[in-house]
Write a new protein. Sequence first.
Length: 106
Amino acid sequence: MIQTFREQLIDIEQLFFSWLVRVVISAALVGCAWIDDAPPLDIAAHLIAGYVALRVVFEFKAFERALPFDLRVFKAGGAFFAQLLLGLSFLAVASFTERLAMLAVG
């Protein structure tokens, strides 16, 4: 039973980590844009981050379908948790990038 559950988690893991790469890259762009203070770079970085954020939000149903639970409440909760983790990952990487660059500059 546990082995079957692990096999069913493969779909959600692949979906989550494919989005995590996109989120981390957009967060790094935003973090770098905060440092440079160049309006075109800042606008472009925020547009990319906004696009990725909207795509993640619209993937809620895909996250729900990928979860191996039978109850809709667990599926919705798991999808929400996955998206929450992606959002927190964005904030962590953007803050880290900005602080790292501030250390290097100042």
